[in-house]
Design a protein around this ligand. Structure first.
Ligand code: ADP
Length: 420
């Protein structure tokens, strides 16, 4: 099946009037449910056109807040939203009151983002009781993320019983990694009994961005090697060889690899035992500190990169060090992933920081001369949307490619339905 083109909006098609084309023309309701928030978007798979977006926050807390945006106009609702059932009531009310009418829009499916699919799910699946049971069994792999995803699925199944619902996994894109990349050098029984290995995350983003990068380069995806740097609150780097992930910086959990908003990335594996010995810290305390109190927050006092950059601009030495640590870690992973690929065609920056911080991109690429990347400083400084930020003569290209995980999830859902 041909890949969509983000520029001309070519549909997911394998022939006029085919099931794939029909599925590509209708919208998919994309749901990203967390423990206390629910993001949604009604998006046409074929064109990527977004018909409405929404964010429901503070689920289960005193004062909930829901924002529904249609045609650039936001509609805010503030009320208590005790659980995910109430969140879906708010979602349907927002569509009813502010449009588009869900009956008329007739979504072809609901696409759920699920963070961890373990080794069980190598691709998008239609959700049934068996899939739900497996998802519940996978909760220990992503205790902070999968329970919210599952709650969203359970309520969506009750709210929209007639719509096919599919799960799109952050981990699935990385199931193409070879054993040498995903195997940890740890006891066999851990690997066999508990499936301990590297899984990788942000797969929908790495998939979308690497495909768009090949399209921007004008080379066939199957022949294009890209390192994608997804730099948001969570961050990961991925080596994509011919459209397939062959290595990535995150591993078993979303804690590893790059420095993030509140997560540390790579650490010495001896740290938990050492902290326990010297401070009496318990494992749950350690887990909390690594998930919520580390990364930029620990180094510079804020998990928000923009705030860290403001502090750095004002001469704050902690923010200066935080920036340097972030850049150093990125350079180290970029170099390693380039060698894993053997030949590099492009580096792509995406997500909140990757798309919006010319300083960060310049600092990283300024140290990537060895790879053959030559930064175009003007293009980098003025980059808006999809932009080539390397010079025309640069041996390896560099791009800013805004990610679009919702569209990728909609495409995955439409493709799955078309093939059913
Ligand atoms: P999430 O992983 O939650 O989806 P995002 O991709 O939205 O996160 O990225 C959030 C990060 O992007 C934050 O650290 C934020 O400060 C940073 N960011 C957003 N806009 C800018 C900007 N203009 N300059 C620098 N950083 C930015």
């Amino acid at each position: 099946m041909s890949m969509p083109d983000a520029q001309d909006g070519a549909p997911v098609t394998d022939g006029a009037g085919s099931p794939a084309e029909a599925a590509g023309q209708r919208p998919v309701l994309v749901i990203n449910a967390g423990s206390s928030s629910l993001k949604y978007q009604l998006v046409v798979a074929g064109s990527g056109t977004s018909l409405a977006t929404g964010l429901i926050e503070r689920i289960g807390l005193d004062e909930g807040r829901a924002t529904h945006t249609v045609d650039g106009q936001g509609h805010v609702l503030e009320q208590e939203i005790p659980d995910h059932t109430a969140a879906f009531e708010v979602l349907t009310a927002q569509f009813r009151d502010h449009g588009p009418d869900l009956q008329e829009a007739a979504p072809v499916a609901i696409g759920h983002r699920v963070v961890h699919g373990g080794a069980k799910f190598a691709s998008t699946v239609l959700i049934d009781d068996e899939v739900l049971k497996t998802l519940r069994r996978l909760v220990p792999l992503a205790p902070l993320h999968n329970p919210g995803n599952i709650a969203g699925i359970e309520v969506a199944l009750e709210t929209f019983p007639d719509l096919p619902q599919v799960a799109v996994f952050d981990t699935a894109f990385h199931q193409s990694m070879p054993p040498a990349a995903y195997t940890y050098a740890i006891p066999l029984s851990w690997r066999q009994t508990f499936n301990i290995r590297s899984y990788g995350f942000h797969g929908t983003s790495h998939s979308y961005v690497s495909r768009r990068t090949a399209e921007l380069l004008g080379t066939p995806l199957e022949e294009t090697n890209v390192v994608v740097l997804h730099l948001g609150n969570g961050a990961s780097a991925c080596a994509v060889e011919g459209g397939r992930s062959v290595d990535t910086s995150m591993g078993l959990s979303p804690l590893g690899g790059l420095v993030m908003g509140t997560r540390p990335g790579d650490l010495d594996p001896g740290l938990p035992a050492h902290m326990s010995r010297v401070s009496g810290m318990t494992l749950p305390e350690f887990d909390h500190a690594l998930n919520k109190e580390s990364g930029l927050k620990a180094l510079a006092g804020s998990s928000d990169f923009r705030e860290v950059m403001d502090l750095r601009d004002s001469g704050d030495p902690d923010a200066e060090l935080a920036f340097d640590v972030v850049v150093h870690r990125l350079v180290r992973h970029l170099g390693a992933l380039a060698l894993v690929l053997g030949r590099l065609d492009a580096v792509a920056f995406t997500a909140g920081i990757g798309e919006n911080s010319p300083e960060l991109r310049a600092a990283v690429l300024g140290r990537a001369g060895l790879l053959g990347v030559e930064l175009d400083e003007q293009a980098n400084a003025g980059a808006r949307g999809e932009t080539r930020i390397s010079t025309p003569d640069s041996a390896v290209a560099a791009f800013v490619v805004p990610t679009n995980e919702e569209w990728e999830i909609a495409l995955e859902a439409a493709r799955l339905l078309a093939n059913h």
